[in-house]
Design a protein around this ligand. Structure first.
Ligand code: FES
Ligand SMILES: [Fe+2]
Length: 345
């Protein structure tokens, strides 16, 4: 069960061209293309004639022509041409989905079209701000429930074990996290003061000794997680510190945008942005392909969890204090879905 009335990332803009792109989103087959005016279009990926996916066809200007018998559909999904026939039945149409390009993402609305408000697109402003330099965004098709990704990033204690050579440091559990939430968001944050920074940050910021380090993550239901991470010289961190005044500073966000494909698979869109050393190609690599490697360390874990959970669905699971964040997030999402289903009924 998915939250339908929500914006999900359907694709990175570079993926949407004048060739059909097929993607299953929330169990619905969708085809995306870019029309003549450059705006993305998303249609149900099934011809209303004999069910061939429209993505087997071709884009002609602002329209898509089915690859079987040539029925042609406009960007609203209406059939506008049936070869050899002038009368077009009124019900000859496919569903179209609201799509908006913003923050270097193509967002899709899978719910009630009239409720699709572009003002509600998650505000991942770091992707589009002169003080922040985004990496080339990436997408990993993963065989796991998209909710496992929020579970993963909301529990930073995994960093020590999954990412020991990059962003992990054993000091994480020494510092109690602060957990805050609203009806649709969870935020978990902690400062780790005067401790050795993790290997990746030590290298990026030329830290030789200890540093003040922060790690925070926000979950915005249903499918956005933003990790805030970095470190500064000792004395410049902490809730009242002035990180911008620190002689050395590593500051980045990692944005996770897992879009459900099916109950057991997702399109894991992700990107990084950093607020320091913009013109340093070494940092471009470090916080581009280098961070992708860090994320890849999670992928095999997420898919292995999924396999076990599918095989042993009844297996009881233990929870501890560090599961508070993920548990809050799951409950919040469940409540939102229940409310949406209730509204529909
Ligand atoms: S299946 Fe599309 S035109 Fe026949
Ligand atoms: Fe991780």
């Amino acid at each position: 069960m998915y939250l339908r009335n929500a914006w999900y990332v359907a694709a990175w803009p570079r993926e949407v061209t004048n060739r059909p792109l097929a993607r299953v989103i929330c169990d619905e087959p969708v085809m995306l293309f870019r029309g003549e005016n450059g705006a993305p279009v998303a249609l149900h990926d099934m011809c209303c004639h004999r069910a061939l996916p429209l993505s087997f066809g071709r884009v002609i200007g602002d329209r898509v022509q089915c690859g079987y018998h040539g029925y042609t559909f406009d960007r609203t999904g209406s059939c506008v041409d049936i070869p050899g026939q002038t009368l077009i039945p009124e019900h000859a149409r496919v569903r179209s989905f609201p799509v908006v390009e913003k923050f270097h993402c193509v967002w899709i609305w899978m719910g009630e079209p009239n409720a699709a408000d572009p003002a509600k697109i998650p505000d991942i402003w770091w992707m589009d701000h002169p003080d922040w330099k985004p990496s080339t965004p990436d997408m990993a098709p993963l065989k796991c429930d998209y909710r496992l990704i929020a579970d993963n990033v909301l529990d930073a204690t995994h960093l020590t074990y999954v990412h020991p050579t990059t962003i992990g440091a054993s000091s994480i559990v020494e510092f109690e996290p602060l957990i805050e939430h609203t009806d649709t968001t969870v935020r978990i944050s902690r400062w780790m003061m005067n401790r050795p920074p993790p290997p990746a940050y030590a290298k990026a910021g030329d830290f030789t000794g200890n540093a003040d380090r922060w790690a925070a993550v926000e979950y915005w239901a249903p499918a956005v997680c933003v990790n805030f991470a970095g470190c500064v010289d000792v004395g410049f961190g902490g809730p009242k510190g002035d990180i911008k005044a620190s002689p050395r500073r590593v500051e980045l966000v990692a944005i996770s945008l897992p879009t459900p494909e099916t109950a057991g698979s997702c399109h894991y869109f992700f990107a990084f942005a950093r607020a320091f050393r913009h013109d340093d190609p070494e940092m471009d690599h470090f916080f581009g392909p280098g961070m992708v490697k860090v994320f890849e360390e999670d992928f095999s874990i997420l898919e292995a969890q999924q396999r076990m959970m599918e095989k042993y669905p009844e297996q009881k699971r233990v929870s501890t204090i560090y599961d508070r964040g993920p548990t809050l997030a799951r409950r919040m999402l469940d409540r939102m879905i229940e409310a949406e289903v209730g509204d529909d009924a």
